[in-house]
Design a protein around this ligand. Structure first.
Ligand SMILES: [Zn+2]
Length: 161
């Protein structure tokens, strides 16, 4: 019998392939974990955005980690609806992103974006809100590149949907 807390602790060891500081659980990508009658683990994940190339890597990493952790068989299901939002990133995940130098997405940024306003993204280095988006695509397609006008440091921001 595979128990859920064991599965969760294994999933916590699966990191975002792009940001090794944060796990797929903290990122809010893991939507659900279940075990069927045969002991097969069914992990449901939601991509951070449709077509994110990192999702295939994440799915493969999840399978590998669970199989190595003694789970007899693993199925990773993709769930596209409801769509992932940055609100799903856990508090711990937000703290780790900041330590890693990536601006954690602000919940209010999504609301501002919906209203057609520029989101305010504080600099992860100095906390200044005097920042400007340089490019909608940062180091990867899932992030935007920003620059801080206060400390002049560029930084990545998780793109809001
Ligand atoms: Zn700064």
């Amino acid at each position: 019998m595979t128990d859920l807390s064991h599965l969760l602790s294994l999933l916590h060891r699966v990191k975002d392939p792009e940001i090794p500081a944060i796990s797929v659980v903290e990122l809010g990508v893991v939507r659900g974990v279940d075990v069927d009658a045969d002991g097969k683990a069914i992990v449901t994940i939601t991509p951070t955005y449709t077509g994110c190339p990192a999702m295939d890597v994440m799915a493969a990493d999840i399978k590998k980690e669970l199989l190595e952790g003694g789970v007899p068989s693993v199925e990773v299901k993709l769930s596209l609806s409801p769509a992932w939002t940055t609100d799903w990133i856990t508090e711990e995940g937000r703290r780790k992103l900041k330590e890693y130098g990536i601006a954690p997405p602000e919940k209010t940024a999504d609301i501002r974006a919906l209203k057609g306003e520029q989101p305010v993204v504080p600099c992860p280095q100095c906390g200044s809100t005097n920042t400007v988006m340089l490019s909608a695509f940062g180091s990867t397609a899932c992030k935007a590149l920003w620059k801080c006008n206060a400390c002049l440091e560029p930084f990545d921001q998780f793109k809001c949907l």
